[in-house]
Design a protein around this ligand. Structure first.
Ligand SMILES: Nc1nc2c(ncn2[C@@H]2O[C@H](COP(=O)(O)OP(=O)(O)OP(=O)(O)O)[C@@H](O)[C@H]2O)c(=O)[nH]1
Ligand SMILES: [Mg+2]
Length: 332
């Protein structure tokens, strides 16, 4: 996951301490003007390298091939991505500024007496410290963002993906577990306490990803808060097909009417984004308890209890995705 391996960001205080203590050590190893020059160089390098590393360890949000729209939108639901980008560019600026201070003071430490050189070196240190302190807030913001984003789920947005939606207890997890090899694989998801259900299945040498999203696509849009709505928008960039499961027995605890309304809302949202939505009536083993005939309401009927038609539903989703893998010789 792109935000997984981000290093911790030092605070301004830690960075200043590190730079100046290393500089003092470097100075003690030398004498006269050399000592002053070496101190300046060490402090300035540590500061500019560290600040620039903070920035370059992040993927560039500007490019879709570095931050997929799914992760961009998901990240934006948790942290303010604009503010984060602004902070990163200010830290980059500070790193460059530290190099400039180095270049500006370097000549002043040559061809002069040691006392004057020391005076200039101290002045340069004060300015370096000042620059780092100026980005104190930004460094904190970046570190907070890093801590919040590293827990995002391990989802590959480039893999063809089937999103499984539907009210609670309709059989979403049972479906993902029934058709995928990895049982009960879950990833933490910052929007729900339940964790996102993940599974993978291979079909004609293509790996498909199934995502079960409790807490998001399991109730009407108007009941989602702003963050959840944005997480659902992120799913639009991820899903290549949506399966909406219905429980016509209503034993899940929700009237079929509400379940169909959710299906309609999902259809409106995802089909507008060009993503096919397939409706499946589950719990067909208890069809005698169905509150209504589902012929007109659902494309498929299945039972996860008996396994009837389950593979057929998976195949329908795969067909709807119509995924064409790019072969190596076809890429430019
Ligand atoms: N009779 C019958 N029961 C089913 C069927 N599919 C699922 N169930 C049962 O329905 C209950 C809910 O199934 P889950 O797979 O946990 O449903 P879910 O949609 O993941 O529920 P949440 O995670 O709460 O959103 C479980 O007790 C299942 O055993 C089915 O085809 N027939
Ligand atoms: Mg579940």
């Amino acid at each position: 996951m792109i935000f997984e391996d981000l290093p911790t960001t030092p605070t301004s205080e830690e960075l200043i301490d590190k730079a100046f203590s290393r500089a003092a050590r470097a100075g003690r190893a030398q004498h006269g003007l050399d000592a002053q020059q070496s101190m300046l160089q060490t402090a300035a390098n540590i500061i500019s390298d560290n600040l620039e590393n903070v920035v370059t360890s992040w993927p560039d949000f500007e490019y879709e091939d570095e931050v997929h729209p799914f992760y961009y939108e998901l990240a934006d639901a948790i942290v303010d991505v604009d503010a984060l980008r602004q902070a990163l560019s200010e830290v980059m600026w500070a790193g460059r500024k530290a190099r400039e201070i180095h270049e500006e003071y370097q000549p002043k430490l040559r061809k002069t007496d040691v006392d004057t050189a020391r005076k200039h070196r101290k002045q340069a240190f004060a300015r370096l410290a000042d620059i780092v302190e100026q980005v104190d807030d930004e460094l904190r913001l970046i570190n907070d963002a890093r801590n919040d984003l590293r827990t995002l789920p391990e989802i590959d947005p480039d893999e063809p993906t089937i999103v499984v939606a539907g009210y609670p207890n309709v059989g979403k997890s049972s479906f993902v577990n029934a058709v995928t090899n990895a049982r009960g694989e879950t990833a933490s998801y910052p929007f729900t306490t339940k964790g996102i259900g993940l599974g993978h299945v291979d079909h004609h040498h293509v790996r498909y990803q199934l995502v079960d999203t409790p807490g998001l696509l399991d109730r009407p849009p108007e009941e989602r808060n702003e963050i959840e709505s944005q997480a659902v928008s992120a799913l639009e960039h991820l899903g290549d097909c949506v399966l909406v499961l219905l429980d016509p027995t209503e034993e899940c605890g929700y009237p079929l009417e509400s379940q169909l309304e959710l299906r309609d809302a999902i259809e409106r949202q995802f089909e507008a984004a060009g993503t096919p939505v397939i409706t499946v009536a589950n719990k067909a083993d208890r069809a005698e308890n169905w509150t209504r005939d589902m012929d007109a309401q659902a494309e498929y009927e299945m039972s996860l209890e008996t396994g009837a038609n389950v593979e057929r539903v998976l195949e329908a989703a795969i067909e709807a995705i119509d995924y064409e893998p790019t072969l190596p010789f076809e890429t430019e």
